[in-house]
Design a protein around this ligand. Structure first.
Ligand code: NAG
Ligand code: NAG
Ligand code: NAG
Ligand code: NAG
Ligand code: NAG
Length: 435
């Protein structure tokens, strides 16, 4: 994970400088979360500390959120601290009819929707996993045998993305003598570092826990966003983070626009554009608006755009994929990329932009030679175009795929081992160049 020793003081010093610079900005970033008040009065209702985006979220008056909360984004996590109870029981309702009405039509274009996977941890140690699906929509997770005199910190993390579905966190129940305390701040909150990742399947970890026998139809079960590079980078840097990504999503085009068998109004919704996701609180709802002022990153990592070339020429089986489009024209792409950068800058004026260029070594099979050539040219052109447009405070990071072994990857997507190698490269870059 993180290198200890020599670089640590330099990194902390650099961080102080960044934090100071932000206070002089026109729209100052909010400070790191305040330490919770001393745990005294226990409540029967959980006080949730949220990491990532939720709906309805915490609201502006309190650092803590109340139940129920809709969980849609991959790697989003709710944390509660409790004591006085030997048991804890969590209920998640992933029934299609429980979802907001705006989200439900996705079931028409997506098989096995809604499906979700969750991870449960106590005091930072993983103690369980569970899932919801159309055939088993309600997940009840329970753990017993806990010491009543100790405070336990429970974190519930959604490990799959919104494209597969969402679920309501409806209840966290304790024994009759138990009570909730303000959650103990995780190390990420203490570090004050905040990272926003914008991307697609390659950021969500699509297929990263599957192998070459995986079947595409059941893809929710082959994804664990906590083993995808954004989560690994955040863990290595002890950073608070948001992962805003959608498998198949394009930067400049709707990649499902040619799915003529689907209702026209659902084609954009099946694979939304990065700029639309950036605005959303409920990842599945085009009309939902996330309060961008509620949380302000110092670094925005933009790993989007590779799907824009995914329909170009021959696909990986050597055939024209009629369900997709060709690559957009360069000028069109550059304008859309700039518009997204401007949108991010307006929301987070002081944040450094890092454009992450995906490893597309042709032998990996992620993209064909033609697609890789166009993608790499477009990414390099975007960086220069943004620079000329005065965006500034940006970096172009080319990730290397040297040494990756893709022979057993699921659906031509990196496995957990490749994600770990990518995370190492990105962490070193942020540590050395940005933070
Ligand atoms: C889950 O949601 C469905 C649909 O709203 C509802 O009928 C069901 O009672 C809920 N189940 C639980 C355990 O909350
Ligand atoms: C969680 O940590 C507290 C100390 O902070 C400890 O007393 C408690 O036993 C731990 N709970 C578990 C389940 O490890
Ligand atoms: C905890 O749950 C067990 C069943 O799993 C039950 O026997 C026990 O009474 C519960 N503890 C308390 C304090 O209610
Ligand atoms: C491949 O994945 C399947 C489950 O999808 C599993 O049953 C099988 O053991 C895996 N094969 C290897 C070599 O890991
Ligand atoms: C790649 O992985 C496969 C098993 O998944 C193994 O058989 C093969 O030897 C590996 N290749 C290299 C170059 O390590």
């Amino acid at each position: 994970m993180r290198r200890a020793g020599l670089r640590q003081p330099a990194l902390l010093l650099a961080f102080v400088v960044i934090a100071t610079a932000q206070t002089s900005d026109a729209v100052p970033a909010p400070p790191a979360r305040p330490p919770p008040p001393a745990p005294r009065a226990a409540s029967r209702q959980p006080l949730l500390q949220l990491q990532g985006r939720f709906s309805p979220g915490a609201g502006s008056n309190s650092p803590y959120a109340r139940l129920p909360q809709l969980m849609t984004w991959s790697a989003s996590a709710a944390t509660a601290t409790f004591m006085g109870s030997a048991n804890v029981t969590v209920t998640l309702n992933g029934s299609l009819l429980a979802l907001p009405a705006a989200d439900q039509p996705l079931a028409l274009v997506k098989g096995n929707f809604p499906s979700c996977a969750f991870q449960f941890s106590l005091n930072g140690t993983v103690v369980g996993t569970g899932s919801t699906s159309p055939s088993r929509p309600v997940l009840t997770w329970r753990m017993g045998g806990l010491s009543k005199s100790a405070a336990h910190t429970l974190t519930i993390t959604k490990t799959t993305e919104a494209k597969f579905g969402g679920a309501w966190l409806t209840a966290i129940k304790l024994d009759s003598g138990g009570g909730f305390l303000p959650p103990l701040a995780p190390p990420a909150a203490a570090s004050g570092r905040r990272l926003l990742f914008l991307g697609d399947s390659l950021s969500n970890g699509y297929g990263n826990i599957g192998n070459s026998t995986c079947s595409k139809a059941k893809n929710a079960e082959f994804e664990n966003s906590l083993l995808a590079w954004p989560s690994l980078v955040a863990a290595a840097l002890q950073a608070d983070y948001q992962l805003v990504a959608w498998s198949g999503g394009g930067l400049s085009i709707y990649t499902a626009a040619n799915r003529l068998e689907w209702p026209e109004e659902l084609r954009p919704r099946a694979n939304p554009k990065t700029a639309e996701l950036f605005q959303r609180a409920d990842a599945m709802d085009p009309a939902s608006l996330y309060d961008l002022r509620a949380w302000s990153p110092q670094v925005v990592l933009l790993a989007a755009g590779i799907n824009d070339v995914g329909g170009l020429s021959l696909d990986k089986w050597g055939q024209i994929d009629t369900g997709k489009q060709g690559a957009p024209a360069l000028e069109f792409w550059l304008e859309r990329y700039l518009a997204l950068a401007v949108q991010i800058r307006q929301a987070y004026p002081a944040a450094t932009l890092v454009h992450v260029v995906w490893p597309v070594e042709v032998l990996l099979g992620i993209r064909t030679a033609e697609q890789a050539a166009i993608y790499l040219q477009y990414m390099a052109a975007a960086y220069s175009y943004l620079e000329a447009a005065g965006i500034g405070n940006q970096h172009l990071l080319q990730v290397k795929g040297t040494g990756f072994n893709s022979s057993s990857w699921c659906g031509q997507h990196p496995d957990a081992a490749a994600h770990a190698q990518i995370a190492q490269q990105v962490t070193t870059f942020l540590d050395t160049v940005v933070l």
